[in-house]
Design a protein. Sequence first.
Length: 589
Amino acid sequence: MSSRLAVTLDRRWINLTLIAWVMIAAWYIGQRWTAIQWLSLGDTDDNMRLMQVRGLLAGQGWFDLTNHRLNPPIGFNIHWSRLVDLPIAALILLFRPFVEVAEAERLACGIAPLIPLSLALLGLGATVRRLVSPLAWPLAILIVLVTNVALGMYMPDRIDHHGWQLAMLCLTVAGLCDPQGARGGLIVGLASAYSLTIGLELLPFAATAGAIIGLRWVWDADERIRLTTYALALGGGTAAGFAGFASYANRVMRCDALTPVYLSTVAVAAALLLALAFWSPRSRAVRIVAALAAGAAVASFFALAFPQCLGRPEQVAPELYKSWLANVREAKPIYQHPLRSAAPIVALPIIGLIGALFATWRARRTPALLGWTCVALFTAFSCLMLLWQARAGPAAQLMAVPGAVALALAMLPWIASPRWWPAKLAAAGMAYVLVSGWFMTLAVRYLPIDRPNAYVTRVNRATGRCLTIPAMRSLNALPRQTVFTFVDLGPRLITLTHHDAIAGPYHRNGDAILDVQHAFSRSPAEARAIMRRHGATLLLVCPNMAESTNYRAKARGGFYDQLAHGRTFDWLESVPLPAGSPFRAFRIS
């Protein structure tokens, strides 16, 4: 590499990273343009996010997150904040003068998820520049591009909040290893506060980041500047996030969002950390005792003040937990998932942990030791989180990038050893496939393990058909009314049609979820009573949709099982739908 190119890669790495991000964004927008035009919001959360933005742009109150089109006329309140709504709403307003509202929404949903990817790439780039090499940041980008679940959080139409939280996680790891204590503490504190304002999904990661900063102070009293700025940024940022974004429903003692429960706990933690930073006794043993006492004080405060939050934060009824929440796939440990899906997720985290530990050992007599120790601890924690819930997969993959880059740089002598240029390129390609974990993604495509059977394929195809615009467009020909349908169909129905629905898969909508489950699984008489109580005048089902198979398999002889086997009821009148429609509709009397 020429010295001029090396200097450019070093000095202008931020600009070059942003140029790479623009090129990546343009590629995926072009590649998924058809899906963008069909508003392919594949997840219920993405549909509900768009509905939340629509409410904001239609004049709904900033702190009012009630969705009135699920479970009308009461509606239900979701536990999110408006923070992630802002870029989506801004893009819609930007495009509105030039295109129709529907097209503005499609463009916004296609572009918005790619915005936080820029922050993720910058955070990881800063980390590998500090710990591996000033010229290593392009390798971090290349590894991110082959992560299967992490990169998926930034794809067009994935407008839910996970991409932003993962971006804050990447900035957090950059702050943990930042040699400038004041800047590093500020970045970690603000990133954690931003993530908590969005939601509590990465609360364990934020707590671990704070613990690592505390450990740095325990090891070296001169780290008090980092600890001070972290405490101020965390406490002040979380307070600002609560004041600016906590909905009316989040201003009570709930356990599932940034409510007074977690605001007060963070405030106590920040105050104690600030006190430790100002005290900073010279004895390391005293600092250890002080840090343990502070941690115990925070834990005790939380346990004594909010004992109701010691269990699951959703606080759903036991029946709903057993029938729904306990069966959410992403909430199960990674080892309970099929090998075909689990192996590509865990490959990179394992490689990254090995790389981080290897780099830490190599740095044992260098100034980089402390930074690598922080990264190794964070990477190890991310891997352990996979043993709790598979939804930690995207975070674990991104946190593995620094370690994977370190391994790649260690392999450079082997890559450069062949004299023949094609051999060098082949060696580089093999190294890339290996250290990025991409080999496992490629392998499962061809290995005969856990392949979906015909039944699963049929269910997936039926589910996909019912969620499309062409399938739902014909429903708008029917007068607007409250539709009784599957829980997983509700958010998509209200997004694409003018109809209202009963429930979506959100724990604060728990009573409505149970009503839908009871109606489909119990007797026809009970089903009719529940539907009438909700004011539903239309029953809509999608045969063979994933949710429908649960009612047939677990409630033999129940209402839906009878309906699926062709039984008719005098209180249901079939509603004609266009030929080829995947739905069956009935008028409820």
